[in-house]
Write a protein that binds this ligand. Structure first.
Ligand code: GRF
Length: 211
C-alpha cells in the first residue's frame, strides 16, 4: 500500500467539535477563533452524551449543537453513518475530538482520513488509552504532557502534530498533574488547528512535517 501523503488546506475551515464532557478544550478552540487566531468557524458541536457540559456551553455561545444517542442505532457503523450524513450536510473540513469518549470505527476514520484530530493527555506513543495521568505517576516518569495527533483506526497512534512537555512532581496527584497538562492542551490544540488551516501540515506516512 502506498504511503499516506496529505497537505492540510489553506482556507477558512469548517470545524465540528466532538465532545462527551466538560469541553474545556472546545472553549480554548472557540476562544482562539473569536480572537481571530484560527482561520475557521465551528459549524457544529456534536456529542454522544445529551448531558455533556460542553454541549450546554456551546448552546450558551449560540453554536449549533447536535446530540445523537448511540443506543438508538443497531451498530457503531450505523451510528457513524448518521453522523457522517450530518457532517456532509455542513461541508465539514475537520473533526476535532475534544474529550470524545467513544472510539471511532474505521468507517468514520476512512471517510474523514487526514481530517480528524485529537488531543491526548500524555506524550504519545507512551500512555495511550484512559487514566493516563495516573499511569504516568504510577510509572514514575519525570515528564509527561499532551499530544495533538491525527486520528487513524489505531487508537491514539496517528501522526503527531504538536506535543507539550510538563514535569511530573514527586507529590503530584492525578488532579494536579491533569491540571498542569490541561493548561498545555489549551495552547497546543488551538495552535494545531491554526497550522492546519494555514496549509502548513504535511503528513507523510506516520510523520507530520511543517511546511
Ligand atoms: C482532556 O484531558 C483531553 O486530553 C482528553 O479528554 C480531556 C477532555 O477535557 N482527550 P475537556 O472536556 O476538553 O475539558
Amino acid at each position: 500500500m502506498s504511503e499516506n501523503t496529505y497537505q492540510s488546506p489553506n482556507k477558512k475551515g469548517k470545524i465540528v467539535i466532538f465532545l462527551s464532557g466538560r469541553g474545556s478544550n472546545f472553549l480554548a478552540i472557540h476562544d482562539a477563533i473569536l480572537a481571530g487566531t484560527i482561520n475557521a468557524e465551528i459549524a457544529l458541536v456534536f456529542s454522544n452524551k445529551k448531558e455533556a457540559k460542553g454541549l450546554q456551553v456551546a448552546k450558551e455561545r449560540n453554536l449549533e449543537t447536535l446530540h445523537l444517542n448511540p443506543k438508538n442505532f443497531d451498530s457503531r457503523e450505523d451510528y457513524e453513518r448518521a453522523i457522517i450524513k450530518e457532517l456532509k450536510k455542513r461541508d465539514i473540513d475537520l473533526i476535532c475530538l475534544a474529550g470524545y469518549m467513544k472510539i471511532l470505527s474505521p468507517l468514520l476514520c476512512t471517510e474523514f482520513l487526514n481530517k480528524i484530530i485529537n488531543i491526548h493527555p500524555a506524550l504519545l506513543p507512551s500512555f495511550p488509552g484512559l487514566h493516563v495521568q495516573q499511569s504516568a505517576i504510577d510509572w514514575g516518569v519525570q515528564f509527561s504532557g499532551a499530544t495533538v495527533h491525527f486520528v487513524t483506526p489505531d487508537v491514539d497512534m496517528g501522526p503527531i502534530i504538536l506535543q507539550a512537555v510538563v514535569p511530573v512532581l514527586q507529590d503530584d496527584t492525578e488532579d494536579t498533574l491533569s491540571e498542569r497538562i490541561l493548561k498545555e492542551e489549551h495552547k497546543i490544540y488551538p495552535e494545531s488547528i491554526k497550522l492546519y488551516f494555514e496549509g502548513k501540515l504535511l503528513i507523510k506516512g506516520r510523520r507530520v512535517f511543517f511546511v
